[in-house]
Design a protein around this ligand. Structure first.
Ligand code: CA
Ligand code: CA
Length: 362
């Protein structure tokens, strides 16, 4: 049964992934960006102080895999060329960050950016060569880089260079290839660590020039990514939030685990991200997390499973920045059913995680 369940989950994930021929009509252009072909964009002209960006109109879900292949052209001026291009993930479409050394990325927060930087800014820790690096939260200082900077041969050579960005959510591995060679990789929980649990983000490419400039262009080749499903309204955006803030005990129907395990299903994570936001809004409140099961499988095993599930929720919230001391997790096994264990709908109700916000007594 568990295998069947996992198989169907796998099939759903595959069907949501779409491969599509890139079309420029799928992108919002902003700043100085202009369309130059069916799938090509000039992000900046060779003019001082310009900036432009192209954002795909369709958000992607980072809980699914993606692979984006494009060609980038960073101009023809080496010594006097600047500043570079950044491939960006960010919760808002259409924005362009600061120009010059900011490459249209600086100031976009939260964000993840893969920069191809062609201008040496010593105060940012830039190496004395064109380079590529993985940046976060709109910071172009290499003290904050997640990976790199890695030096690359002069890229302002008037030519197109293939760039591939690939994400595998299972191994949480981000891989970047330039000119057919792997130049950068990073492993980490991008969704929790960068986007505070919100897996749905926009992606785009930004570029800028400053006191020096280059014509910077790109062409999209292959875009394969997981589309965001029709958003279901979050339970915690409705009356469950009011009940929670009144101190009532609530359960979230969207909170689900793999059968017989304490692994959260990806569908649960948006609801928990909202819960973390509520806890940040009310920093004085503590959260009790109670795990319960049905009566199938033996009392001892159920006790352990309910404790592990409550703890898995606490660990996930802790990963979203909620301190341990505000979280308490406890398992009650099958001791407190809220419906009959004699029917399947009753057992479904009994398998639950409960939440209660409380004020510490002074
Ligand atoms: Ca630079
Ligand atoms: Ca160069």
């Amino acid at each position: 049964m568990k295998q069947l369940h996992l198989l169907s989950f796998f099939l759903i994930a595959i069907s949501a992934t779409c491969a599509q021929e890139a079309s420029i009509d799928d992108f919002n252009l902003s700043g100085d960006a202009v369309k130059t072909g069916a799938n090509c964009i000039r992000l900046t002209p060779d003019r001082i102080w310009s900036g432009g960006s192209a954002w795909h109109k369709q958000p992607i879900d980072l809980n699914g895999p993606f692979e984006m292949r494009l060609q980038v052209m960073l101009g023809c001026k080496d010594a006097a060329g600047a500043d570079g291009i950044v491939f960006v993930f960010h919760p808002h479409a259409r924005r362009t960050g600061y120009q010059g050394e900011g490459m249209g990325f600086a100031g976009l927060e939260p964000s993840l950016g893969i920069e191809i930087d062609t201008w040496l800014n010593e105060h940012l820790g830039d190496p004395y060569q064109d380079h590529i690096a993985l940046l976060r939260d709109g910071s172009v200082h290499h003290g904050n880089s997640l990976a790199g900077p890695v030096r690359i041969p002069n890229i302002e050579d008037c030519r197109e260079h293939p760039l591939t960005v690939r994400w595998s959510p299972g191994s949480q591995q981000l891989t970047i290839e330039l000119d057919g060679k792997r130049v950068l990789s990073y492993r980490g929980d991008i969704v929790s660590k960068i986007f505070r649990g919100n897996s749905k983000v926009y992606w785009g490419v930004t570029a800028a020039t400053g006191a020096y400039n280059n014509r910077q262009e790109l062409c999209f080749e292959k875009l394969e990514f997981t589309k965001v499903e029709e958003a279901k309204p979050l339970e915690l955006d409705g009356k469950k939030k009011e009940e929670l803030l009144k101190g009532e005990v609530i359960t979230l129907n969207n909170l689900q685990f793999e059968s017989g395990s304490s692994t959260l299903l990806p569908t649960s994570k948006s609801e928990l991200a909202r819960l973390a936001e509520i806890m940040r809004e009310y920093p004085a409140l503590k959260l009790d997390i109670f795990g319960h099961t049905d009566n199938v499988g033996g009392a001892g095993a159920n006790q352990k499973l309910s404790a592990r599930r409550a703890q898995a929720v606490a660990t996930y919230l802790n990963g979203l920045g909620i301190p341990d001391k505000r979280l308490s997790a406890k398992g009650f096994g099958e001791k407190y059913p809220i419906a009959s264990n004699g029917t399947s709908t009753g057992r479904l109700k009994n398998r639950r995680v409960e939440f209660r916000l409380s004020k510490p007594i002074p």
